[in-house]
Ligand binder design. Sequence first.
Ligand SMILES: *[C@@H]1O[C@H](CO)[C@@H](O)[C@H](O)[C@H]1NC(C)=O
Ligand SMILES: *[C@@H]1O[C@H](CO)[C@@H](O)[C@H](O)[C@H]1NC(C)=O
Ligand SMILES: *[C@@H]1O[C@H](CO)[C@@H](O)[C@H](O)[C@H]1NC(C)=O
Ligand SMILES: *[C@@H]1O[C@H](CO)[C@@H](O)[C@H](O)[C@H]1NC(C)=O
Ligand SMILES: *[C@@H]1O[C@H](CO)[C@@H](O)[C@H](O)[C@H]1NC(C)=O
Ligand SMILES: *[C@@H]1O[C@H](CO)[C@@H](O)[C@H](O)[C@H]1NC(C)=O
Ligand SMILES: *[C@@H]1O[C@H](CO)[C@@H](O)[C@H](O)[C@H]1NC(C)=O
Length: 858
Amino acid sequence: MLQARYLIWALLFGYAASLQVEITPMQGEISMGESRFFLCEVVGDVKDIDWYAPNGEKLLPNRQDILVNRNDESSSTLTIYNANVDNAGIYKCVAKNGDKESQGTVNVKIFQKITFKNAPSPQEFNEGDDADIICDVVSSPPADTIWKHKGSKIQVAKDVRFKILTNNHLQIRGIKKTDEGAYTCEARVMTRGEIDLKIIKVIVNVLPSIRTRQSEMNATADVNQSVMLACDADGFPEPTVTWARNNIVLESDDKYGLNNDGLELIIKDVKKVDEGDYTCIARNKAGEKEEEVSLNVFVQPKITYLVNQTASELEEQITLTCEASGDPTPTITWSFGRRIFTEGEQSLDGNVVVRSHARVSSLTLKYVQFTDAGHYLCTARNSIGQDQQTMYLEVRYAPKIQGSVTVYTWEGNAANISCEVLAHPGASVVWFRDGQQLSSTNTTNVRIYNTPAVSYLEVTPDSQNDFGSYNCTATNMIGAESKEFLLIPADVPSAPAIERVEPFSSTAVVEFEEPDASGGVAILKYRAEWRMQGEDWTGREYDAEEGLSMITIVGLKPETFYEVKMSAINGKGEGESSPPQNFKTEPVLSSVTPTFIPSTSAALKGEPSPPKLEGKLQTMGNALKVNWIKQDDRGSPIKHYLIRYRAKHVPDWKPEIRLPNGSEYVVLNSLDWNTEYEVYVVAENQQGKSQPGTLFFRTAAEPTAIPDTMHSGSGLGTGAIVGILIVVFVLLLVGVDVTCYFLNKCGLVMCIAVNFCGKSGPGAKSKDLEEGKAAFTKDESKGPIVEVRTEEERTPNHEGGGPTEPNETTPLTEPDGKIMTGDKSKAPETATEAKKALSEVKTVLNEAAKTNGNESKA
Ligand SMILES: *[C@@H]1O[C@H](CO)[C@@H](O)[C@H](O)[C@H]1NC(C)=O
Ligand SMILES: *[C@@H]1O[C@H](CO)[C@@H](O)[C@H](O)[C@H]1NC(C)=O
Ligand SMILES: *[C@@H]1O[C@H](CO)[C@@H](O)[C@H](O)[C@H]1NC(C)=O
Ligand SMILES: *[C@@H]1O[C@H](CO)[C@@H](O)[C@H](O)[C@H]1NC(C)=O
Ligand SMILES: *[C@@H]1O[C@H](CO)[C@@H](O)[C@H](O)[C@H]1NC(C)=O
Ligand SMILES: *[C@@H]1O[C@H](CO)[C@@H](O)[C@H](O)[C@H]1NC(C)=O
Ligand SMILES: *[C@@H]1O[C@H](CO)[C@@H](O)[C@H](O)[C@H]1NC(C)=O
C-alpha cells in the first residue's frame, strides 16, 4: 500500500520530491509488563531511520529495555520490552536523506491491569479484635472494590460491624468465631470492563480458656504416692498445655509425668518438698492463660526418738521423752498398761506429769516406784495416721519380801515356808535360823528350793526345836530386806457341830457345821460314827470337800433309835467328837399309787426330784431328742421314767412311754411341723413319782421341698433308689406276713413259730420280749414314731416289797460303806421292747405294771 501511495505521490509531485514516514500501529496501549513493537516504514530514498524517546533522546540500538532495529532499506522496528509507566509518551521515527527529512509519531500509553498487590490469605485475627481484612488493589485507572461473603455482597448498611474502609479494606469490628470463612475481594475497572477477584480466608483465633480439675490436692509424703494434677483447656487453635512450678517448666522425667497432651501432671513419689503451687498454662496463637493448683503434702507421724531408760526407786524423778515428726504436727500421748496420759495431764496422785512442746513430749514420774517399771507406749497421731513405739522403763529396787508369815505343820510332816521376793535385779536369798545361815545340804530335815521369785524352805520337824522363827534375807545390788517366818506346830481340829439329822427308813442325812478350829492345817476327812442304843459304834470316813456340810449314813434299820457323832481329821490327827445326837429311823413306806401329774402340794418325802430336761431338735426338723439329767433320787433308786407329750393345742396326750432306770433320752419322731409341743418326764422311785420335768418346744417349719423323709437332702443314685425300693418291698412282704401271723395264724412266720418255737400265736406276745434292749416302735398308722433307748445292761430292780431305802447319793460315800438292801425279789419287769407298735408297748408296760403290783402284794 505504501508503494502505491508513493507511486501516486511521485506522479503528483515528481520523483524525489520528499520522504514519507509511517508507523504501524499508529496507537499503542501497553499493559504494564507487556512487550510491544512498532514498525516505522519510509517511502522514498532514505538513508537514516532514527527513533526518539518521548524525552527527545535518540534511542540507540544498544539499549536493552527498548530495542531499535533497522530491518532493511526502508523500515526500522522499535520494541518496548516489559513496559512500565516510564515508557509512556510519544515516540518519533525520523527518516533522513541529506537535507530531506521526514518524521512520524506514535503515542504509547502504558496502563495498569487489576493487580492484588497486598491481599494475603489466610488472614488471622483474634476473636474480639477489630479485624482489618486487607485487599490492596492496584490498577489504572483505579478499580472499584466490593466484598462478598458466603456468595453475596456484604451489605455494610445491614451489619454495623462491617465497614469498608477508604483504602477498600473490609473492617469487622469485634470479630467473632462465626465470622470465620472465605471473603471475596472483587475489583472492577469500568473503562476496560476488567474484573478480577481474590478469595481471602479469614481465620478467627480464640484465646485459650483453662480450668483446673481440682484447685487443691492432698497427698501423703514418703509412701511412694503419685498424685495427679489436671487442667482442661479450650481455644482455637487447640492450645498446648504446659506445667510450671516457680516459673520453671516441668518436663516429663523421673519426678514428673505428663499425660493426655500435658493436661495431667503426675508427681511421682510425693515428698514434703513437693508441696506448693503448680501452674498449668494453655497457650495458642491468640495468647495464653494460666491457672494454679495447690498441692498439700501431709506427712505421717513417725516417732524419731524414744529410748529405754533405767531408774532406781530411790531416785528423785525420771523423764521419758518421745519425739515425733509429721505434718500436721502430731499430738503425742503416752500409755502405760490401761492408763493413758495426754498433754498437760496429771495423774490423780500427781506422780505423772506430761508436757508436750511441738514435736516432743515428756512424761515425768516425780517419784519412781517399782510398779512403774514396764513398757510405755508413745503414740504420735495426726489427721492422716499414727505411729507407735514402746520403751522400757527399768526400775531397780531393793528386795521386797512377801508370803504368809505363819506356817503350820506337825512333827514328821514337811512344810514349805515361802519367801516370795520381788526385786530388780534379782535378789539372792539366804535363810537364817538363830543367826545361823541354813544350808540345804548340811541338815537332813531342811531343804531349800530356790526359784526366781520364791525361795522355799522345806522343814520336816524332828522335834519341837524345829518350830519357831526362820529368817529370810534377800539381797541385791540396791539393798537387802529380811523377814521372820514362824513355823508353828499344828493341832488336831476341834469337833464339828451336828446341826440336824434327817432320818429315812434305812439311811439318814446328817447336816453339820465345820469345826471352829482347823488346827492350822486343812481338814482332810470327817468321821461319822453311829450305833443302835447299847451296841457298838459303826463308823465311816468321808473325804472333806470344799463346802461339804452333809453326809449320808446308810445301813440303818427302820423304826429304830440311833445316835450319831462326828469328828474332823487333819494331817495331825483326829479331833474331838461332837456330842452324840439321837434320831429314829422311819418305818418302811408303802408305794403310793402313782398319779401321773402330781398335785401341786409339796412332794412327799422320798420322791425323786424332777429330772432336768434338754431338748435338741433333730436335723429333720420334726423330730426331737429329749435328754434328761437325773436329779436327786432322795436315796431311793429310780425305777423308771415316764414320758408324756402332746401338741399344745391338742387336749389328748400321746401314749405314755416308760423307760427303765438308766435311760437318758427319748427321741420323738414324726411330729407335726411348726407346732408347739410339751414334754413331761417323771422319775419314779419306790417312794413315788417326782414332779414332772417339763420342756416346751416348737418344731421347725415344714421344708418346701422334702427330698426324702428319711434321707434328708442327699441326692441318691438310681442304684440306691432301686435298692431302697427292694428293701421296702421285702419289708412290706414281711409286714404282711407278720400281720398274717397275728391275725390269721398263717404265713411264713407262723410256720417258723410253730415248727421251731412251738408258739401258738400272738397270745404269748409280751413275755418273750428282751429286757432293756434298744427298742424301735414304729406305728404303721399316722401316729408318731417313737424311738426309745435304754441302757444295754439289765437294770437292777428295787421293787418288790423290800424296805424302801435312801441310797448313798453324795460323792463322799465310799465303796466300803455300800450297803445293798431290798434286793431279794427281782421282778420280771420288762422294759420297752423292740419292733412293736406303740400300743403294744403300752400294753407291755401295763402288764408289767400289773406284774409289779402283784409281786409287791405277794
Ligand atoms: C485436704 O486436706 C484439708 C485438711 O485436712 C481438707 O480441709 C481438704 O478438704 C482436703 N482436700 C481434699 C481435696 O481432700
Ligand atoms: C513406687 O511406685 C511405683 C509405681 O507405683 C513403682 O514402680 C515403684 O517401684 C515404687 N517404688 C518403691 C520404692 O516402692
Ligand atoms: C528396750 O527394752 C526392751 C524390753 O526390755 C527390749 O526388748 C529392747 O530391745 C530395748 N531396746 C533397746 C533399744 O535397748
Ligand atoms: C516345797 O516346794 C518345793 C518347790 O516348789 C517342792 O518341790 C516341794 O515338794 C514342796 N514341799 C512341800 C512339802 O510342799
Ligand atoms: C556343812 O557344814 C560344815 C560346817 O558346819 C561345813 O564345813 C561343810 O562345808 C558344810 N557342807 C556343805 C555341803 O555345805
Ligand atoms: C535376819 O538375819 C539377818 C542376818 O543375821 C539380820 O541382819 C536381820 O536383822 C534378821 N532379820 C530379822 C527380821 O530378824
Ligand atoms: C439304776 O441305774 C444306775 C446307773 O445305771 C445303776 O447304778 C443303779 O444300780 C440302777 N438302779 C436300779 C435300781 O436299777
